[in-house]
Design a protein around this ligand. Structure first.
Ligand SMILES: Nc1ncnc2c1ncn2[C@@H]1O[C@H](COP(=O)(O)OP(=O)(O)OP(=O)(O)O)[C@@H](O)[C@H]1O
Length: 242
């Protein structure tokens, strides 16, 4: 039997009062690669992440992480998830090391084990030399890399990244994208990358286009834009659904 997808969402809907933010959303994130969740502001990306991370209760449809049902086995499902939130998750007054040790403790990881993991993960995000620096003293790109390290400390199988390059300059953006691709290759982790920036997506990536709470496309990014022009393909898809 083949392994279950890193993330499987079937028939999920979510309302805010009379607003249907997600409408019968189904998608799968395969193991060991980057899947981009592409949508303009208000498409429903953060709402979907909030359901997958159990910040919101999921009332309609199913969410499975590595085959574990979020409703029936939330502990097992959440343990497989590492999340880089859109809002900042690190304490600026603490050092990178202190922040990561704190998050390791939240995951029940002992201090000795945590120290070893921390050294390994900081090396992987190119921050080994900044472990003792206060987070408030880091550049925007370094903060993002520290947040990715935080999300990896408990060795998750799936990384959720909610617009991780928001607010970064061109160089830092490129570094964060390249780093995530290296982590996928080196750790075998899968990633769901919410974005509205088309040039962060490679033709070989998985692509889910979310628009007004509905999935308009789910497949290889290259198949969405056979001519190679993802911008034109995205505008055609979302324009037709307007
Ligand atoms: N807490 C809330 N209460 C009411 N409406 C909400 C709430 N959160 C989101 N919405 C609405 O749900 C829809 C989806 O919003 P969501 O934040 O999920 O989109 P998004 O794709 O993440 O957008 P962005 O790129 O701006 O972060 C929008 O119409 C938004 O206004």
């Amino acid at each position: 039997m083949s392994a279950p997808p890193a993330l499987e969402i079937c028939g999920v809907s979510h309302d805010f009062g009379s607003l249907r933010a997600l409408d019968d959303v189904s998608l799968a994130v395969p193991e060991g690669r980057l899947t981009a969740l592409l949508g303009v502001n208000g498409a429903g990306k953060t709402t979907l992440f909030n359901l997958v991370t159990r910040l919101y209760a999921n009332r309609r449809g199913t969410i499975r992480v590595g085959g574990h049902d979020m409703r029936r086995a939330p502990g097992a499902a959440l343990a497989r998830l590492g999340v880089v939130f859109q809002s900042r998750a690190l304490d600026g007054d603490l050092t990178v090391r202190q922040n990561l040790m704190y998050h390791a403790a939240l995951h029940g990881i002992g201090r000795r084990d945590a120290r070893a993991r921390l050294d390994a993960v900081l090396a992987q995000v190119d921050l080994a030399d900044r472990a003792g620096a206060r987070v408030s003293a880091l550049s925007g790109g370094q903060v993002r890399r520290a947040e990715i390290a935080r999300a990896l400390i408990h060795d998750p199988a799936l990384l959720l990244l909610d617009e991780p390059t928001a607010g970064l300059d061109v160089r830092s953006r490129a570094e964060v994208v390249a780093l995530t691709r290296r982590l996928i290759a080196a750790r075998g982790v899968s990633a769901l990358w919410a974005t509205h920036i088309l040039d962060e997506i490679d033709p070989a990536d998985g692509l889910v286009v979310l628009h007004r709470g509905r999935v308009l496309f789910d497949g290889p990014a290259g198949a969405a834009a056979p001519g190679g022009d993802l911008t034109a393909a995205f505008l055609a898809l979302t324009g037709a659904a307007a």
